[in-house]
Design a protein around this ligand. Sequence first.
Ligand SMILES: CC(=O)SCCNC(=O)CCNC(=O)[C@H](O)C(C)(C)COP(=O)(O)OP(=O)(O)OC[C@H]1O[C@@H](n2cnc3c(N)ncnc32)[C@H](O)[C@@H]1OP(=O)(O)O
Ligand SMILES: CC(=O)C(=O)O
Length: 529
Amino acid sequence: MTFQVYDTTLRDGAQREGISYSVVDKLAVARLLDEFGVGFIEGGWPGAMPKDTEFFRRARTELDLRHALLVAFGATRKAGLAVADDPQVRALLDAETPAVCLVAKSDIRHVERALRTTGAENLAMVTDTVAHFVAEGRRVFLDCEHFFDGYRYDPAYTTAVTSAALDAGAEIVVMCDTNGGMLPSQVTTAIGALTERLGVAPDRLGIHCQNDTSCAVANTVAAVEAGVRHFQGTANGYGERPGNADLFAVVGNLQLKLGLPVLPDGCLEQMVRVSHAIAEIANIAPETHQAYVGAAAFAHKAGLHASAIKVDPVLYNHIDPSVVGNDMRILVTEMAGRASIELKSRELGLDLADHPDAASRVTKRVKDLEAGGWSFEAADASFELLVRSELPGAGTPRPFALESYRVLVEHREDGAVVSEATVKLRVRGERIIATAEGNGPVNALDEALRVALSRHYPELRGFELADYKVRILEGSHGTGAITRVLVETADANGGRDWTTVGVHENVVEASWHALVDALTYGLARTPKV
Ligand SMILES: CC(=O)SCCNC(=O)CCNC(=O)[C@H](O)C(C)(C)COP(=O)(O)OP(=O)(O)OC[C@H]1O[C@@H](n2cnc3c(N)ncnc32)[C@H](O)[C@@H]1OP(=O)(O)O
Ligand SMILES: CC(=O)C(=O)O
């Protein structure tokens, strides 16, 4: 059984609001899609946009694809124009791709109202254009726009468009749910009715679904279950309006749920890497909760889940995440039980299995702290320090003892606002007082701490405050609003970043907790200078 995995990230995907690829971006995306093992890459519409024309020109020398064939997209000839005289058709040929995909009207209402021509002329446009490209040695796919809506309105006309294309030599006629309004059962019914009417097997048909009902993936899978072998989609579901069928979910479902061999061996595990790399190029943050590839796709928060996962991860994962290049994660929050704490600690290299009392104490502290507004879900480093403080023999020494700190904010006559912080610490028996300025109170505090500690801990110089997030939480504890601060610290020497948390009614004090955890954690894991 051979499947055609047809990617349209660079054509339909580029129709998503906010995406604008350069030619270099398009070449990079094409290489990634090829590594994912798709069979066809629709690279754009040559002749419609100079960038797309340029992409196909450069692709000839700069792309060395292992799995995929490049496809150029265009429309059937203009109404009333000979196919050989249509400049769009010429541009499509000039792209010199082994295959082309032609979009054709297949809903009689669109033929008459949007194209402003007759049903007969549209059929001739399909026949002429398909035959022209076939005669030029191209493989031809025909995208039937508004196929399902057209078929419901006038099945005879939509069927006639399909037959005209197949008779003229099209390899596959693609049923497009252009407005994205279909449901899986409607797709299945239409395919059954059409194949009966046409007298052709469903493997001459393809499927292309927009996602306006959030059913694009389900509709695509339903079409394949109905016998279709050519399916289209885009990386991460990018596309016009809400998007297209997310090719990663489609492929994951077909390969892992239905056991269909849609990708070459060794490609499925590239899924997460390719998904995130394309998101990066598209300048769109990867969707954390995206099926299969999202960072949270296999992240477990509920204590009950973790307690079963501790026995066997299969019990709460629909697949082994590594099969698609993803990882399972255990989240530690107020919903954690002892099993969550134990599994998360194990992830961090701390074994609580032989310390049930410590696991219970950590669980209780996490629940109590979270009730007070703390959140460890994104603050692994603070969680690790907490576990270490309870696990016998694993404690992390605090690098200093605080005598006091003070922060001033000065609004000067010239309008400048400067913060100044002073810290008084005891470091290895020495009393140190240090003062520093910063562009805000937290920055000043961070600088003063570094000044005070740098002689005893020179490795601190490699730490950078990479991100600082503040969230004001509604006052639900009789204290008024409280502030939660998350600090992300980067290691200039290339180590992994780490995140710490602090909570207090006062934003500076909350930040102080997060900063102290950040330095403590960083110093504990960095080799001494
Ligand atoms: C469903 C889909 O998403 S298909 C992909 C759609 N993608 C895009 O539209 C992006 C690229 N498009 C473009 O750059 C431009 O729209 C172009 C270059 C294709 C056309 O631009 P223009 O010539 O200025 O025409 P315009 O966009 O205003 O209208 C489209 C024309 O194509 C005609 N047309 C639409 N579909 C078809 C078709 N399947 N076959 C032949 N002609 C068609 C329309 O009737 C209209 O013709 P008209 O100019 O004689 O009225
Ligand atoms: C061709 C296409 O993108 C559509 O009909 O949705």
